[in-house]
Structures are given as structure tokens and as C-alpha cells.
Design a binder for this molecule. Sequence first.
Ligand code: TXD
Length: 313
Amino acid sequence: MARKKLAFIGGGQIGGIMSLMAAQKQLGDIVMLDIPDREGMCKGKMLDIAESRGVGGYDADMTGTSDYKDIAGADVVIVTAGLPRKPGMSRDDLLDVNVKIISEVAARVKENCPDAFNIIVTNPLDSMVYGFRKVTGFPKNRVCGMAGVLDTSRFCSFVAMEMNVSIEDVAATVLGGHGPTMVPLPRLCTVGGIPLAELMPQDKIDAIVSRTRGAGTEIVNLLGNGSAFFSPAASAIMMAESYLKDKKRVLPAAAYLEGEYGINGFYLGVPVIIGAGGVEKVIEVKLTDDEKAALMNSLETVKTAVADVDARI
Ligand code: TXD
């Protein structure tokens, strides 16, 4: 059986790490695309990964390009094209520039990979994934956004660090928009199956919720030039792997809602099942009144950004 094909639109920090991770997992052949000025960078990064195969022993054709013809027929498209934040910037500050990029990329993906499963990473995430789907007109099950997997991974990592336990035994989920209004759900977090509230005092839980909301900014400030890329790359590849291997993982992702959670016509982070059918199902978890209010509050911030996108594309 021919290998699958993954197209990464954007060959920067996240695109590069995703390419190595996808190759090491032997998810398929990989095409990294960027603007013409950075085609050499793509070719160099992909050749470098190809040359690491002698050590890693993974079979994958690695292509760097700026020609959209090279992504033709891709099974999975992951879009990181766009500017990242600098210290002092909010994710929404990126909207003006990145909506133009997403709009252009969406049109080219529609031309060349009409049947792909699309994972959007570019910020501001919830409105960029909305814009991508608006331009492509792809069905909602084939367009989702990567944010909840990252935010949940951050939450779980902070719990594991605080308790000095294996990350393997921490499970949680984070809903809502990818920003300060995101909705971690400590009530649903377990450590070895034990509810977090039985293991950690509320003030420490609150501190972890707050750190999770600010985790992206914390890294932007530490790096000084750009944003997180290892954890976002790993998160997007987890979603792609669930699709390519029909794993039917239950993951938080920005999914298009049509009535679920009482929300209609917007992308927002919710638990979904990702398998060969793409976003196969949105799972409606029962929320407390406070959690519901927090989700609606998060939706309001997303609505503002989406209105901006609708005014432009
Ligand atoms: O959880 C999440 N969704 C976020 C997403 C987590 C972290 C980073 N988040 C966002 O991903 C970040 O705010 C950016 O909007 C994207 C990509 O972040 P990255 O760190 O990879 O940015 P880079 O290193 O600047 O890479 C972006 C690449 C760069 O090489 C540009 O030349 C390219 O995008 N680019 C384009 N490629 C193709 N086509 C067009 N038009 C284009 N414009 C820029």
C-alpha cells in the first residue's frame, strides 16, 4: 500500500519539528511548503531530516518546496503558515496579518488537496480555522483546529510536575477558545483514576488553571522572539496520527459546532473523536453552571475575532 502523504504549510519552527516527529512515527511522506523566499529553508530542513533516517531507520520521502503542485493529493494538511507572537502581543494581534495568509493558503489547499483532513494551527486559532473552512467550503469533519490538545498537555504537565507523578497517569481536558478565556476542567482531571480534587488543595489547582491559561505567553516571554513550537508540533501530530491510523482518539479540538453546547456556527474547543472520518463526533460533556458560563464567555471572545474575519474574507 502506498505511503500516506502529509503536507505542512509553513516550514517554520512548528513545521520543522512536526516534520521530524511525523517522519520518526513513519506517518507517511512529508511535503513542507513555505513562501518562495523560504523554499531553500524547506529544502534544507527536509534534506537534513532525510539524512537523519540512517540513524532513525524510518522510511519517508521528505520534500521541501514553495510550489503548491507538490502537495497535490495530500491526505493530511497541517497549516502553521503565519506570524507567531512576540512579547507583549496577544494572539488576536496576529489576526490582521494571518487572516490574509490563511485565506491564500486555504484557496491553494482547496485547489490541490480537495479530500484532505485539515488541521489548522495558525493563531488566533479559533478564528483562523473558521476562516480556513469559510474559504475552502470543506465539510466540517475535515477542518479542525489544534489548541485543546496543547492546552490539555500543558495542564497535565503542570499537575504531574506539582505531584511528582508520571504524566502517563494524568488525564484532563481543556475546552473553549485558545487564549486567556480557555476553560480547563479540573473537575474532570484524574491522576491514576483519582479525582484531582482528592489529591491537591484548591489553591494549587487554581494556580495550575491560571498557569495553563498563561502558558503560551510564559514561553513567548522566555523565548523573546517567537512562541512555543515543540508542544504545538507534538499536539498537531497526535491529531494527524489519530486520523491516519483511525485511532478514534478522544481529544479536545477546535470543531465547528452546529447546536452542540447550545452553540451554532462557530469553531470552539470541545472534546471530539478523531478517526478516518476526520472529526467523527463532537462529545457533549455535562458542564456545571460555572463551567457553562466560562465556555460562553470564551465563545464571546471568539465571536469578536470571527466578526473581524468575516469582515475580511
Ligand atoms: O496552539 C496553537 N494553535 C498555537 C499556534 C501554538 C503555538 C504557535 N501558534 C501559531 O502557529 C503561531 O502564533 C503562528 O501563527 C503559527 C506558526 O508558528 P511558528 O512558531 O511555526 O512560526 P514561524 O516559525 O514564523 O513559521 C511560520 C511560517 C514561516 O516560515 C513563514 O514564512 C510561513 O509560515 N508563511 C507562509 N507559508 C506559506 N504560505 C504563506 N502565505 C506564508 N506566510 C508565512
